[in-house]
Design a protein around this ligand. Structure first.
Ligand SMILES: Cc1cc2nc3c(=O)[nH]c(=O)nc-3n(C[C@H](O)[C@H](O)[C@H](O)COP(=O)(O)OP(=O)(O)OC[C@H]3O[C@@H](n4cnc5c(N)ncnc54)[C@H](O)[C@@H]3O)c2cc1C
Length: 447
């Protein structure tokens, strides 16, 4: 049975989990090796120790690869990534408005691997024989002792439409730019070429990638329009009842800096999108736009289905089917899932993925080093958002998570926020943004 977005919204968030639990999930997809299939080894030397294969060279995978080798030097670590170059999503909103250049965001996988003594293997994962611990890739098969899947997110347009042609047009013509690469380049071109009228952006519901990023983007692009004195407005159609994070900072910035540039419409559920007429209908209203970037709900990366380890979570469809304390896939304790594809309600952010990656590396290293299993440790969410680029001003949050063993639920432990963007404080906050990013890039790629 396929549930429409309308069905899900009708039952409410709490019930969503129950409804989804009954659905057949991609975990049902069989993924056994074909016994007749000829051996197709990947061109990798024989493992020199327990082989740990990490799939996905994003914020989580880079961290797991580096720290596993650091904590368990006997491990033979291989990072499998389908892209040839790393491009950062964090700070990409600043790049959209020319505050940092592309060089700041792009980094070298070979350098990361050299500096941290693991192997970067450029390939796409196409399947997993979980019974025999063999990973299938576009460049051949890799046997593993431990396998970490960190594929990030996939967009989930099913809450808006079942029409594949419409979904395809949304992807091609109005990309969300919440995954790095061509989508960002297209969005930047749109912003640069925008002359006047309504530029539509959307904020999804569920636990989407980087809670503050759509509001940060709206503020920075509004600032850009303001500097250019364009007769342009950003229409932010937000599925959430209120801004879910740093709400004081963003609300005051929108009210005081961008009153004439941002229209924020909260609790809006998109009912239909007409790309020819450039009209979006919600339950109560109809909105016209001149250009747009549609950010739909998210789910875990397709790799989870390819590997047969996906399950609906209480937040999104198809996320990692893992024990939330040990990151181990149910039934396969040598396979782990980390980063934005996890089912826990952590903020889907880079710093969360980086610190979680260290925790996952500790768990794997303890097994390799034959040490006791480490206690569950919270990942750390540190997130600085810019609210203006001219001058640069920012707001800030730092939080960890509390875990309730009985209910197996996580909640934000007391967050430390600084949402004042006026005066010295805002400028200080903004200065942290590039410093934080540089220190992360140094951690992943430098010595
Ligand atoms: C605009 C924007 C701004 C943001 N700002 C911030 C911020 O200020 N601070 C912050 O902390 N976070 C921020 N984030 C969030 C952050 O980018 C993500 O949370 C983070 O990238 C998640 O890391 P990940 O490793 O789970 O996924 P990703 O970084 O997306 O990495 C997944 C990797 O897996 C690879 N992959 C997937 N499938 C396969 C396959 N089959 N075979 C091989 N490789 C595969 C992909 O190519 C990709 O490289 C921002 C995000 C966006 C979009």
């Amino acid at each position: 049975m396929k549930l429409s977005r309308r069905d899900v919204l009708k039952f409410g968030t709490a019930l969503t989990a129950t409804v989804f639990a009954g659905q057949s999930s991609a975990a049902d997809i069989k993924n056994e090796a074909n016994p007749k299939k000829k051996a197709n080894p990947a061109p990798l030397p024989k493992a020199q120790g327990p082989r740990v294969v990490v799939v996905g060279g994003g914020w989580s995978g880079l961290s797991v690869a580096k720290y596993t080798k650091l904590f368990a030097p006997s491990a033979d670590v291989v990072l499998v990534e389908q892209k040839e170059i790393f491009i950062s999503c964090p700070l990409s909103n600043q790049w959209l408005v020319d505050k940092v250049d592309l060089e700041f965001l792009t980094h070298d996988y070979l350098k990361a691997a050299r500096n941290h003594k693991y192997t970067y293997f450029h390939a796409t994962v196409t399947g997993a024989d979980k019974e025999n611990s063999i990973l299938h890739t576009s460049q051949g098969d890799i046997p593993y002792d431990h396998l970490v899947l960190a594929p990030g997110i996939e967009y989930d347009y099913s809450f808006w439409t079942d029409d594949v042609a419409l979904e395809n047009r949304l992807r091609q013509e109005y990309p969300p730019a919440f995954r790095p690469g061509s989508e960002h380049l297209t969005l930047k071109e749109k912003i640069k070429n925008f002359k006047e009228g309504i530029f539509l952006m959307t904020v999804p519901g569920g636990n989407y990638r980087c809670l503050p990023a759509p509001y940060e983007r709206a503020c920075l692009v509004a600032d850009y329009f303001k500097q250019k004195k364009l007769k342009a407005k950003i229409l932010l159609l937000d599925e959430n009842n209120d801004i879910p994070i740093k709400e004081h900072g963003f609300h005051t910035a929108i009210d005081e800096l961008y009153k004439d540039y941002i229209i924020l419409e909260s609790s809006t559920q998109i009912e239909s999108i007409d790309l020819d007429q450039k009209i979006v209908k919600t339950e109560f209203d109809e909105y016209h736009f001149d250009d747009a970037s549609f950010y739909p709900r998210v789910r875990g990366g397709k790799l989870l289905e390819i590997a047969g380890v996906a399950k609906d979570s209480i937040y999104n469809r198809l996320e990692g089917d893992i024990n939330v304390e040990t990151y181990e896939v149910h039934g396969y304790p040598n396979i782990y899932i980390s980063g934005d594809a996890r089912p826990m309600g952590f903020s889907k952010s880079g710093n969360t993925s980086l610190t979680e990656g260290q925790n996952v590396a500790r768990l794997i290293a303890a097994k390799i080093n034959k040490q006791p299993k480490p206690q569950w440790t919270s990942p750390i969410t540190i997130c600085v958002s810019a609210v203006s680029a001219y001058p640069e001003r920012g707001i800030f949050i730092h939080s960890e998570y509390a875990y309730d063993k009985k209910t197996q639920k996580f909640s934000f432990a007391t967050p430390v926020t600084n949402e004042i963007w006026k005066g010295e404080r805002g400028i200080k906050n903004a200065k942290m943004i590039q410093g934080w990013a540089k220190s992360c890039y140094q951690d992943f790629f430098g010595k």
